[in-house]
Ligand binder design. Structure first.
Ligand SMILES: [Zn+2]
Length: 309
């Protein structure tokens, strides 16, 4: 549990604090948006565009974390649980509640309120992204709002995993509390589930890397050809290969076995870089692929990262 930090103010009757470590998240998010997400998704803009959108995007993300915790807090207050305040810190936000919920129903409502808020924020962000896109607004904002929708959606889903101390664990605990008629027993069940979920997350992360690697090889073949075809470097290689082949055809335009050999050699030479380009890192300008997929670019961004050279 973090210490309180700097007092920011009172929202909906709940005091909000922020530790200085919040600046670390804000800085990392801003840097990540301005130097990774935005230039990769919307190339050829001025740095001031990337950085200004990134700063506002990072602040909006922190605000969405605050919205998640605020939702827990407001529902807690409505259910008779005193709220000490919300603290933003290095790992997000924490709503500090005094005492326990009066019953399993209240516990359920308090726990579910945060993920519901995150889902609502995700939907609003996605709608905002769609509106900016439909009205031909700045593409950087289409991407930024879309990405905030994805982040908040992930936040909601992750928090709903059924293991304490996640919100899903508290939801499970409230259900077990209702079924068993005993709060301590319900919370103990949620804690056990939390251990299992933590183990599965670790195992799933490892398995996910393996599966992602395999899928990347099998499924993403067609996607890879797009940036390869658009890559200037590949274009030069293709032209050079074609030139070699043309020369070899001239040489091989007869019955000479040497000419045929030349043709085969030149094909090998021209084929070598093609194989290399299709199986390895295809192109330094793979960002052009992201631009080519239009409004779903922010969804595909994550899939493209392994391709970026
Ligand atoms: Zn929560």
């Amino acid at each position: 549990m973090p210490s309180r930090g700097v007092y920011l103010g009172r929202i909906a009757g709940v005091e909000v604090f922020a530790q200085l470590s919040t600046l670390v998240i804000a800085g990392l998010l801003t840097w990540s948006f301005a130097s990774g997400l935005l230039p990769a998704s919307v190339p050829d803009r001025l740095p001031v565009v990337y950085w200004s959108v990134a700063i506002v995007g990072a602040l909006l993300f922190l605000a969405s974390l605050l919205g998640h915790e605020l939702s827990h807090s407001v529902v807690a207050r409505h259910n008779g649980v005193e709220v000490e305040g919300i603290t933003l810190w290095l790992f997000g936000g924490v709503a500090s509640l005094k005492g326990h919920a009066p019953g399993p129903g209240a516990e359920f409502r308090i726990a579910v309120a945060g993920p519901v808020a995150s889902l609502v924020i995700a939907a609003v962000s996605a709608a905002g992204s769609a509106v900016v896109y439909l009205f031909d607004g700045p593409q950087a904002w289409v991407v930024m709002l879309g990405y905030l929708a994805v982040l908040n959606g992930f936040l909601a889903v992750f928090n709903l995993l059924p293991g304490a101390p996640l919100d899903g664990g508290r939801i499970l605990g409230s259900i077990l509390w209702k079924l068993r008629g005993d709060r301590a027993s319900g919370m103990a069940g949620a804690a056990k589930a939390g251990t299992v979920v933590a183990g599965l997350i670790v195992a799933g992360g490892f398995a996910g890397d393996v599966v992602h690697g395999l899928l990347w090889r099998v499924v993403d073949g067609p996607h890879r050809r797009v940036p390869v075809q658009r890559c200037p470097r590949r274009g030069r290689l293709l032209r050079r290969g074609a030139g070699l082949e043309r020369r070899s055809r001239i040489h091989g335009d007869g019955t000479s076995g040497a000419g045929d050999q030349h043709l085969v050699d030149s094909r090998r030479r021209s084929a070598r870089p093609l194989r290399h380009e299709q199986s390895g890192r295809p192109c330094r300008s793979s960002t052009r692929l992201i631009r080519s997929v239009g409004c779903s670019q922010w969804i595909r961004f994550g899939r493209l990262r392994p391709n970026r050279g």
